[in-house]
Write a protein that binds this ligand. Structure first.
Ligand code: NAG
Ligand code: NAG
Ligand code: NAG
Ligand code: NAG
Ligand code: NAG
Ligand code: NAG
Ligand code: NAG
Ligand code: NAG
Ligand code: NAG
Length: 412
């Protein structure tokens, strides 16, 4: 049963070689009116002073709010920009689109000072999301340009050329240089800033980091370690272990999803800079990580918080890992299609897998009565934080819907 997706999807792929025709139907919840209604309700009641939703309580599903200087604070404003993009994709009335944009901008304001000073370490990449989204709307917005460039230089300042990586976490002993798989998600800000400024150093830092992560975080079977600790003086690997997973040798599902997304994104030919950096090993790594994820799902297709966590008591799901993986698989599907000649079989396989994963995990986690769109997220199981809604799960859920509409695979 572990081969749930593979056998069926590959068989279909051979029969129906064009994208879209063989895809299972995406879940209708993606475009439920509740998506805009719930996000709007949260957006129209911002706390004062500014705070950002991160995850919900477990009973009522009400958002818990955190100070701007928190790694997750970019996701809610980025969700508002995603709904602005959706308003355009779906041809919602212009006034509605304008409202989403205004809300995205308003909710970004308290993040602007973070570009000068923050304590999120490598997660400046996540903080940059709303500013990158603003630049897609208005490429001349000087506030957004400055924010992206400053976040990128923060991350670049964490680069150690001996190790070849940007430091993820600060440690009491600075010789212990900790890099987490999540850091793959934060490299994009370096590419965006490189494209704004022409500074190739930023791009090289990102590539070096991706190279090292590919070598040291990914196991031979395509699974991943959460943390790799390097010796900052020699660049040697000192230890490989977990922080949020079940054990040092297990695979934490959200980390695996970040890896799929990060390596699929790093091969993207749609960003002009990547044209020069396209690197077949990234594609291979993304495929291996995706394959591990898909072939280690339980037979019900629900993403557990860790692939190796014991089955009793029942392992909590992580819908945020599912949604990040869905977006990573869609990117990977697009990569396969952009090869020359296009790899239609691979592309269709990952797309079908993404849509199935999306359907099953949405069915589990969709909660009309909660403030979040989805429940069944695991923020940090070793800390007992499971069974919640999570702001990045919701963000990637909205993004998946937008992406599928953009690809012509569903209508609004
Ligand atoms: C420019 O972007 C910032 C941050 O993204 C936003 O808060 C601001 O409203 C935008 N300014 C204009 C004039 O659109
Ligand atoms: C390019 O970025 C690097 C890393 O932030 C920085 O050290 C360097 O000064 C930048 N180069 C230019 C010409 O701005
Ligand atoms: C990344 O790895 C590729 C191939 O292994 C190599 O060609 C490239 O020089 C490396 N880049 C950096 C910055 O480490
Ligand atoms: C790191 O490398 C230096 C230089 O070889 C060595 O003195 C130090 O003990 C190493 N630290 C660890 C934690 O491996
Ligand atoms: C996991 O790895 C860390 C770092 O090497 C180590 O301190 C810890 O003892 C390991 N845990 C187990 C259960 O082996
Ligand atoms: C890569 O990831 C970044 C950050 O999420 C996003 O802005 C960018 O659009 C992604 N690239 C592609 C091709 O999706
Ligand atoms: C999903 O969440 C509900 C509570 O919201 C919980 O009862 C159920 O056990 C969770 N399922 C999984 C697989 O985590
Ligand atoms: C197409 O993609 C599949 C899945 O990643 C892969 O196994 C296969 O080798 C790819 N084929 C080509 C010709 O690249
Ligand atoms: C979920 O979190 C609770 C604490 O909130 C913890 O007691 C429980 O062990 C966790 N569930 C599992 C199966 O790990």
């Amino acid at each position: 049963m572990r081969m749930l997706w593979c056998s069926a999807a590959l068989r279909l792929a051979f029969l129906l070689p064009t994208i879209g025709t063989s895809a299972p139907s995406p879940p209708t919840e993606l475009f439920s009116p509740l998506v805009a209604e719930k996000v709007l309700r949260t957006a129209l009641s911002p706390p004062t002073p500014a705070q950002y939703p991160q995850y919900t309580d477990r009973a009522a599903g009400d958002w818990l709010y955190f100070a701007p200087d928190t790694w997750t604070s970019g996701f809610f404003p980025a969700t508002l920009y995603a709904l602005h993009a959706r308003a355009q994709l779906c041809r919602w009335p212009a006034a509605n689109a304008a409202q989403w944009l205004a809300l995205g901008r308003r909710w970004s304001a308290a993040e602007v000072p973070l570009a000068a000073d923050n304590t999120v370490g490598h997660d400046v990449g996540f903080l940059s999301y709303p500013f990158v989204a603003e630049l897609a709307v208005n490429p001349h917005n000087a506030t957004a340009i400055t924010a992206v460039n400053r976040f990128a230089s923060d991350l670049a300042a964490r680069f150690n050329p001996v190790v070849g990586c940007t430091r993820s976490w600060d440690t009491p002993n600075p010789v212990d240089f900790e890099v987490i798989i999540d850091n793959m998600m934060n490299l994009e800000v370096l590419f965006v800033s490189a494209s704004l400024t022409g500074n190739k150093t930023l791009q090289n830092i990102a590539i070096s980091h991706a190279n090292k992560t590919m070598q040291n975080h990914v196991r031979p079977d395509g699974s991943s370690f959460h943390v790799v600790e390097y010796n900052a003086t020699t660049g040697d690997v000192i230890a490989r272990f977990t922080a949020q997973g079940y054990s040092n040798s297990s695979t934490w599902s959200r980390g695996q999803a970040w890896g799929i997304y990060g390596f699929s994104n790093s091969t993207s030919p749609t960003l002009s800079l990547y044209m020069h950096t396209q690197h077949p090993d990234y594609l291979t790594t993304a495929r291996r990580m995706a394959s591990y994820f898909l072939t280690h799902l339980p037979s019900d297709g629900i993403v557990p918080w860790d692939f190796n966590a014991p089955l009793t008591p029942p392992r909590p799901a992580d819908s945020s890992a599912a949604m990040a993986a869905v977006n990573g698989l869609i990117l990977l599907s697009q990569q396969e299609r952009s090869l020359s000649p296009p790899n239609i079989t691979g592309s269709t396989y990952y797309l079908n897998a993404a849509i199935q994963l999306l359907g099953v995990n949405t069915k589990l986690a969709w909660r009309p009565a909660w403030q979040s769109l989805l429940a069944n997220g695991t923020v940090n199981n070793p800390e007992g934080n499971n069974l919640t809604g999570i702001v990045y799960g919701d963000y990637f859920f909205v993004q998946a819907g937008n992406e599928l509409v953009s690809m012509g695979l569903m209508s609004c």
